[in-house]
Design a protein around this ligand. Structure first.
Ligand SMILES: [Zn+2]
Length: 101
């Protein structure tokens, strides 16, 4: 096994395998990596891991994302916009009603 031939995608796949409870030996066999490489990835010290943003399990949507979760942030903003629009419409209806009097 020569150098750092693993891509970030592979590293993440191996991380996921460890997260799923796969053993070091099984990971080495499945991904054809060196024991040291697999160990580094398991311990979170692989060079590609340190270059990459850290993926975490989002408590909001349950996805594996870079925190803060963009999906949840977008959802939140959309919810806020919807609320604002509803408020605007309510206000307009009030104005209309007032105009009729
Ligand atoms: Zn999320």
């Amino acid at each position: 096994m020569r150098g750092y031939t693993k891509t970030p995608d592979q590293v993440h796949a191996i991380e996921d395998a460890f997260a799923d409870g796969m053993s070091l030996r099984a990971v080495v066999k499945k991904f054809r990596v060196g024991t040291q490489t697999a160990q580094n990835i398991r311990d979170g010290v692989h060079p590609l891991q340190n270059d990459e943003p850290i993926y975490e399990r989002c408590p909001g949507c349950g996805g594996k994302v870079i925190m803060p979760c963009i999906l949840c942030r977008v959802r939140k903003v959309m919810d806020q916009e919807r609320t604002v629009k509803l408020q605007l419409r309510d206000r307009r209806q009030e104005v209309d009603t007032c105009g009729w009097r």
